[in-house]
Ligand binder design. Structure first.
Ligand SMILES: Nc1ncnc2c1ncn2[C@@H]1O[C@H](COP(=O)(O)OP(=O)(O)OC[C@H]2O[C@@H]([n+]3cccc(C(=O)O)c3)[C@H](O)[C@@H]2O)[C@@H](O)[C@H]1O
Ligand SMILES: Nc1ncnc2c1ncn2[C@@H]1O[C@H](COP(=O)(O)OP(=O)(O)OP(=O)(O)O)[C@@H](O)[C@H]1O
Ligand SMILES: NC(=O)CC[C@H](N)C(=O)O
Length: 737
């Protein structure tokens, strides 16, 4: 037997906060060593934080020189590594540390592999993440040489301190006396020809995947299937490490550090957690890897004529022989959160990181009593519950942060989530003459259940003052449509109410703490959902404009599932009633024969919007291809002419309103069809909303069908199963992980 103990981790890094990052790295090494591990794997770019790979943040950091070869930051980065190597951190343990390295004129995203105070090898990433949220090619070069390892001359301050002048650099593996170990960096695993296949044929038994991978609803199984697939038919130990938390942007890195042996998961870390450091370990028998490989004839045949990969020899042993002090880790049932839990815990953990790192003292939410703002309120409630639970579990960092944010004195700390919420969470209902008693009561009831400090404000006086000013200036007073006004008047009157609420929300967030003699400021939370964004069914610069939004990329359908779940599982019963109520903006007067409803206003259902959203973003459909595909999908209930009308109607509003996506409040990225314009969906925002060429083409196709309907084979087209893991993510490279 060759018994090996390995450790991998989730680290909550923060881009550019070297002190925070180093402290987490050290804590993880200490824990790995205490557990007796021979290998410690950390996440991708753990020294700098991964978030600095994303567009705008990188630009700022680039200006400050994060990746500039002559800058002080480069020195800092190597300083961090030097600190680890000069101390006893790497004694008797192989440490894989993620950081950028400049070689000659190029910048590489690297795993620096160290042991016993020496850098053994530097492995640059060969396949950069460059789709969806990722922009690595802007800042790094992919390493393309597959031949011999090159010599990399260490910066003078490192070489002198370590008495080591150079280190092998490139694609390869480390050959120990008793096994071979290699790095595979994040995206490489998901590339068409992943390195682990070739490395396995070269005898590599342990793969270390350092990742910076973000949460997306229903995505985890794709990632886990990749680890299992990598080792199921070719054997091996697959270690996965990821960042966890908000490291300075819209993404939540969702941890899930993992260890897989021959296709079986033997250790799985948390996906959502408030912990800064979580280390998981396993004891594995490498003879089980050799045995599996020996039993697969095709593996043997291909290994005998493999392309040779370079290696570095290290005359050390990592394994122990059979002894009863070490037990073997056995296969575990994989833990998946339901999408409802993902919506609760992912955004709640992201909000906590944002809150503690922003220096704010809490959140303020305009709470309408409708589904969206109530979902946000429930997520903040969930955050408070997680904080109290984590403190009860003995997490000192969470306790320190919570005491500061909640302004606790005399050794007090949060022990009740409602009490904590009262300190850090303001909700405000801003009713107008068009608001109903029902939504007002629902908002109050929910705030009470969560424990928020709730305010009930009537905005009629403010709206009327603005209208009076308008009348003084123009001599005209707009009327609602139900009172005989035009569409323009009707919209104008709605938008005044909506925008006034935004102004009031910001005023209250900055001044309420002062009223209550509390220090600091509160962050304003936004609560528009992904479908409204796609359709543009929101008033630009109303309460959709806030500081941050935890649900901005979650669909209405998923939010409704979440509300039903949260009513029982978070203990906020009023959410059940809120979910059951028909969505309404309450911006127009309610009459006996008229009450405003979202889906009527929009001219399409939220369910239809989810279909359009997926087709537009994930499957890159324009009007004509969407029309053709929907003819198959909806062919049993709609004629091609009806499908054509629906598609044209969607594209008209999608394009008229796309400009609103440019000013969407930064929101948690959770959905692969997010139309968010700043980082994710980089399409134009000024379209010809008449789509003359495409709409004409659709008309020609409809005419050409001569009234035929689709011969329906009984099976929906590939877009049909939009609720479900595979279809939700398939076709989206950024989701594949
Ligand atoms: N191409 C372009 N590029 C840049 N900006 C452009 C633009 N076209 C218009 N604009 C600007 O956008 C403005 C129009 O947008 P905006 O002021 O938002 O107004 P608008 O989109 O016309 O109306 C708001 C819509 O949201 C609905 N609503 C309101 C309130 C709440 C809810 C809800 O339930 O969530 C829904 C309401 O029923 C209505 O359909 C124009 O006045 C102009 O300033
Ligand atoms: N009466 C109100 N009091 C406080 N905030 C409100 C009120 N009405 C609207 N808002 C804010 O404006 C946002 C958009 O309003 P609206 O109700 O029209 O849309 P919505 O997106 O369906 O949201 P919700 O489901 O929360 O009502 C809400 O999410 C909420 O933050
Ligand atoms: N950092 C990366 O290489 C990211 C790869 C991939 N897109 C993921 O989400 O996991």
């Amino acid at each position: 037997m060759r018994l090996l103990k390995v450790a991998t981790c989730n680290l909550n890094q923060w881009a550019m906060d070297f002190e925070c990052n180093m402290s987490n790295i050290k804590a993880s090494i200490v824990q790995a060593k205490a557990a007796g591990a021979a290998i410690r794997l950390g996440p991708e770019l753990e020294v700098t934080g991964y978030g600095c790979m994303r567009v705008r943040l990188v630009r700022v950091q680039f200006e400050f020189g994060l990746f500039n070869s002559s800058s002080w930051v480069r020195i800092l980065r190597w300083d961090c590594l030097k600190e680890l190597l000069l101390g006893d951190w790497t004694n008797d343990i192989l440490c894989s540390i993620g950081m950028p390295v400049i070689k000659g004129a190029e910048r590489y995203n690297c795993q620096v592999l160290c042991m016993n105070k020496r850098i053994i090898m530097i492995r640059p990433k060969m396949c950069l993440a460059n789709d969806g949220n990722y922009r690595e090619l802007r800042w790094f070069t992919a390493w393309k040489q597959r031949g011999e390892l090159e010599e990399f001359h260490l910066p003078i301050e490192i070489s002198e301190a370590l008495s080591q002048e150079s280190v092998p650099f490139g694609y390869g593996y480390i050959q120990f006396i008793d096994t071979a170990v290699a790095a595979e960096v994040c995206e490489e695993l998901f590339s068409p020809v992943p390195p682990h296949a070739e490395l396995a044929l070269n005898g590599v038994e342990v793969f270390m995947n350092a990742s910076g991978s973000h949460h997306q609803l229903r995505k985890l199984d794709i990632r886990l299937n990749a680890f299992m697939g990598a080792t199921h038919a070719r054997g091996g130990v697959y270690m996965y490490s990821n960042q966890q938390g908000c490291d300075g942007g819209r993404l939540y890195y969702d941890g899930c550090a993992c260890i897989v042996v021959n296709g079986d998961v033997v250790a799985q870390g948390s996906q959502f957690s408030l912990k800064d450091v979580e280390v998981i370990t396993s004891q594995v028998d490498l003879d089980a890897v050799a045995s599996l490989r020996g039993s697969i004839s095709s593996f043997q045949e291909q290994a005998s004529c493999k392309v040779k990969v370079s290696s570095v020899y290290v005359p050390c042993r990592l394994t122990q022989s059979f002894n009863l002090k070490m037990t073997l880790s056995s296969p575990k049932k994989i833990m998946y959160h339901s999408p409802q839990e993902e919506i609760a815990f992912g955004p709640a953990c992201w909000l906590w990181d944002y809150l503690r790192r922003s220096g704010a003292s809490g959140f303020l939410l305009p709470l309408s009593g409708g589904a969206d703002s109530s979902s946000v309120a429930a997520i903040v409630g969930c955050m408070c519950q997680l904080v109290v639970k984590e403190i009860a579990n003995g997490d000192e960092q969470v306790k320190t942060d919570a005491k500061r944010i909640g302004n606790y004195t005399n050794g007090e700390f949060p022990s009740d989530s409602k009490e904590f919420a009262k300190r850090i969470f303001y909700t405000v209902f801003m009713g107008s003459e068009n608001s109903s008693e029902a939504t007002k009561m629902r908002a109050k009831q929910l705030a009470d259940e969560i424990g928020a400090w709730h305010l009930d404000v009537c905005i009629d006086g403010v709206v009327s003052a603005v209208l009076t000013l308008f009348q003084t200036v123009t001599g005209m007073r707009p009327r609602y449509k139900v009172d005989g006004g035009s569409n323009v008047e009707n919209l104008g009157l709605q938008n005044i109410q909506a925008r006034m609420r935004m102004v009031l929300a910001f005023m209250l967030a900055s001044l309420l703490p002062w009223v209550h003699s509390k220090p600091g400021f509160y962050l304003v939370l936004g609560s528009s959902n992904v479908d409204e964004g796609l359709r543009g069914y929101l008033t630009k610069y109303d309460c959709s404009s806030a500081d941050i939004n935890p649900i901005g990329s979650i669909s209405k359908q998923d939010l409704r599932l979440f509300l039903r779940w949260a009513a029982t599982n978070l203990g906020y019963q009023s959410l059940a009633e809120i979910e059951a109520a028909p969505p309404t903006a309450e911006l127009e007067p309610i009459r006996s024969d008229y009450s405003q409803l979202d889906e009527v206003d929009m001219g399409m259902t939220y369910e239809e919007l989810s279909v359009y959203g997926r087709m537009r973003k994930i499957f890159r459909c324009g009007p004509v291809s969407m029309f053709k595909n929907l003819c198959y999908k909806w062919g049993t209930k709609l004629s091609p002419a009806e499908v054509a009308e629906k598609v044209k109607y969607f594209f008209k509003y999608y394009s008229i309103n796309r400009h609103k996506m440019t000013v969407l409040t930064p929101s948690y990225h959770a959905e692969s069809y997010s139309p968010e314009d700043n980082r994710f969906d980089l399409r134009q925002f000024l379209y010809n909303s008449k789509w003359p060429y495409q709409f004409k083409k659709i008309d020609e196709i409809v005419d050409g069908l001569n009234g035929d309907s689709v011969a329906f084979p009984g099976e929906e087209a590939s877009y049909g199963k939009e609720v479900g893991v595979v279809a939700a993510n398939s076709g989206d490279p950024s989701a594949g992980l």
